[in-house]
Design a protein around this ligand. Sequence first.
Ligand SMILES: Nc1ncnc2c1ncn2[C@@H]1O[C@H](COP(=O)(O)OP(=O)(O)OP(=O)(O)O)[C@@H](O)[C@H]1O
Ligand SMILES: [Mg+2]
Length: 1078
Amino acid sequence: MEVKTSLLDNMIGVGDMVLLEPLNEDSFIVNLRNRFDHNEIYTYIGSVVISMNPYRSLPIYTPQKVEEYRNRNFYELSPHIYALADEAYRSLRDQDKDQCILITGESGAGKTEASKLVMSYVAAVCGKGQEVNKVKEQLLQSNPVLEAFGNAKTMRNDNSSRFGKYMDIEFDFKGDPLGGVISNYLLEKSRVCKQPRGERNFHIFYQLLSGASDDTLMKLKLDRDFSKYNYLSLDSANVNGLDDAASFRTVRNAMQIVGFMEAEVQSVLELVAAVLKLGNIEFKPESRVNGFDESRVKDKNDLKEMCELLGIEQSVLERAFSYRTVEAKMEKMSTTLNVAQAYYARDALAKNLYSRLFSWLVTRINESIKAQAKTRHKVMGVLDIYGFEIFEVRDNSFEQFIINYCNEKLQQIFIELTLREEQEEYIREDIEWTNIEYFNNAIICDLIENNQNGILAMLDEECLRPGTVTDDTFLDKLNTICAEHQHFESRLNKNSKFLTDHSLPHSCFRIQHYAGKVLYRVEGFVDKNNDLLYRDLSQAMYKATHSLMRQLFPEGNPAKVNLKRPPTAGFQFKASVGVLMKNLQTKNPNYIRCIKPNDKKVAHIFTDSLVCHQVRYLGLVENVRVRRAGYAFRQPYESCLERYKMLCKKTWPHWRGPARDGVEVLLTDCSVPTEEFAYGRSKIFIRNPRTLFTLEERRRACLEDLATLIQKIYRGWKSRTHFLLLKKSQVVVAAWYRRYAQQNKYQKIKSATLVMQSFIRGWKARNILRQLKYEKRCKEAVTTIAAYWHGTQVRREYRKFFRANAGKKIYDFTIQRIMQKYFLGLKTTTMSPMDNTWPAKPYGFLEGAHTQLRRIFHLWRCKKYRGQFTEEKKAVYEEKLEASEIFKDKKALYPSSVSQPFKGDYLEIQKNPKYQKLNSAMEEKVLLADLVNKINRANGKGSPRLFLLTKSNFVLADQKTGQVKASVPLPDLASVSVSTQSDGFFALKLKEGSASASKGDFLLSSEHLIEIITKLHRIGTTAADRDQINIDISDEFLVQFKQDKVCVKFIQGGPKNGNSAACKRKNNRLLEVSVPSP
Ligand SMILES: Nc1ncnc2c1ncn2[C@@H]1O[C@H](COP(=O)(O)OP(=O)(O)OP(=O)(O)O)[C@@H](O)[C@H]1O
Ligand SMILES: [Mg+2]
């Protein structure tokens, strides 16, 4: 549901001055101040918006605010410029009424900002779409361009508009923007050449120098340094909060959006540069013969550069600065210019050039933003004209006069339209019209613009008059003609009233404007009105190759020489203001009256005197009076009934009949005196604000009661809802709890049941198991019994056969099985002859076979083993075998020899060169060669000898020389004696009577005794061709040395004798060998 609000809600002071009680200047200012202090910068007087400049950005222009004010009635929300813009736009769109928004106020009051706010609001709420957005964007972007060229920093405003601007925005029947037309009024061109102290030239000069790239500046032959240019004031070149470089980019961007071609932008910048260059051209006097002074250009560099920039021949321009040609009918006369005239001409050119460039820009923008469609347009005009201007410090001149004239006209139209509208509303509403007293400034307008004796007409007359014309002659004229006018004041007036007024200098006149008295100094009036540019200069400009330049000076075209004087500035302005007024009169006016709160351009300061002055000259209090003259307040019946219906029981809460009847009933019920209100057709008119406030007061009280009632009902409702919610929650909680409890219980029962079930099942299962086991045992028993029974049966049946045959068969089978098993068991024995293992016999009856088998197997495997031997190995083993037969168990030395291989030739007699001689002496193959000791009978000591054995004899040779000491043929060897012990002594006994026996027997000792004797035994036996050589083994034997027989006796010695056996002579007949005990 849409909430109905009103301007009257949450008001700070009063939002509409019409409701001010009491109404006077003081209360008016106090109300403005009160609101200003609370950031309420907008206040209404009826439908007029007063706007205070906050000098800071307030958060009241957001898109949300736009939405808030969109399609809302004017008085529905607190005062805002958006409300006015919305009202104007809706009235244009829905009621097909052309609108104009008139923004007035003094310089710095916020007119330009207000006009931009209105435009941006309209842009935000009107239709959307690609084409529409482009138009909107172009319209909005025309502002930065015009501001750059037409605005400047002044003492009053850092961004002061130095031209008047009226912009018609055109809409189609749907309210979508189609395009626009901009009109400009009187640019303050004198600023181009000279700026008052603390002010600047137009922004574009500073923006160009700060923001253009080095490249661009070089092309334009400019220097970034402001101080290089005479036309730029330096003391305030940099303005706080203004970033000229950034603004330059914005302007270029805006020009591009508006539709300027790159070449056009370049041309414009070239002309701006030309103006700066122009200002730097200086002149010096040069005396001529005829006594006249002539001027010459001082330093031609700037002139040259300017000419290059614009494509003008330097000599042409130079001449134009030195001569002036006057043409009259058929005559042409050329006069020289003195230095002052040359400067005048230069400045006139600069001013004209700049102002024409500005007008060209407006025309060019208009070309871009012009509506394309030919259909009928609805129009909303926004007028942002320079405000009423009074300079206290410096002189007010022609420009201020013109500006103030314009404001005078606007004030008039304001009065006219306001009153007309008021009157029209009364008529429309069928209310009796009461005449209203107000000051009509038509008389002042007449003083200025009257065609016969108006100030402007007289100025024109003076300018056109032949003869000497000065500002003083003009003032004289004024003095004579306007003397009687009650708003004109002058010292030289015939009217004696001002003769003694020293505040009024002689060269001045004063006009009592509606906004106050303004003193104008006449100096420059004639010149500025004439706005003369020497034809030589315009012709020189026309000769330029720069096409834009040529366009700007069409009168320089020699083909179109027009000897008629151009219209004066005043005349032109009057005409254009006339057109503007006519235009405005056809439209529905909406007013924004801007007020400047302080002179310091800062936020939060409200200077009463300054505001009071503005309120006074804007006639605001009067405006309120006019508005209140009849009835102070009016409101449609519907809104009135809606707002106050709670004051009467009959209308509360609903009134079913027509709204008007409702209001009647309401007011009667509230006992409002009948003279306090009047019933219009659609609105109720309330004469006195007090009556409204009484109603408001009663409404407020009533609202409090209603609020209490609403509170009560709301609280009841809230508590009930809360209770119901609690109850509902409780039910839910209870349900959940019950569910939970039941679940728990169920779970317990379930688990108990499971336990019981499992016990019972276990018990049952065990029973069954027991039963099954019992059955199984029974079955087994039955099977066993049955088997036995069957066995018995079978045996009983087969017994007769069994006794007769089965016994032997079973016995054979059993024996066979046993044997088979026994033989298979024997497989585990190995093939090694050394292996003594043999499985134990399993049965006693195998005893004989078992032993036999073991023997046979052993023999067999020995045979197998032997079968693998070579001949040599066989011989070795045979020898070994022989040794064993000779010595085994007879001589203690034997066991140690078993493991020693019989090598035979220990001396390696054939290979060893030492025994080469010996070897050669041997006729047969040496079968054994070894080192032995020959025991000396005399002392029992041994001396080393080589012992060699061949097939037929043995030889003893000297160990060192190898000389044969004795060679004994084997047949001469009778026997060999050895002891039973582990010594190596042996005696070789020779046959008595043989050739060898003459030397006696040999007693030797050797480490290889067993081998030597075995070999001797083998070979000796074959060599002697007899059975065998006697081997005598005993511990005492006789040895026949050369002369006598000696007994060799072996005794067991203690271990002290060392390891080897030692031989000692005991006496002539006894050698004792002591052998270490084993
Ligand atoms: N509504 C606003 N919110 C914030 N600042 C504002 C507002 N209106 C004006 N201003 C400030 O005041 C300055 C002057 O405003 P503006 O240029 O609109 O004055 P003007 O009435 O157009 O003056 P002139 O007649 O010299 O052109 C602005 O530059 C801006 O800083
Ligand atoms: Mg402005």
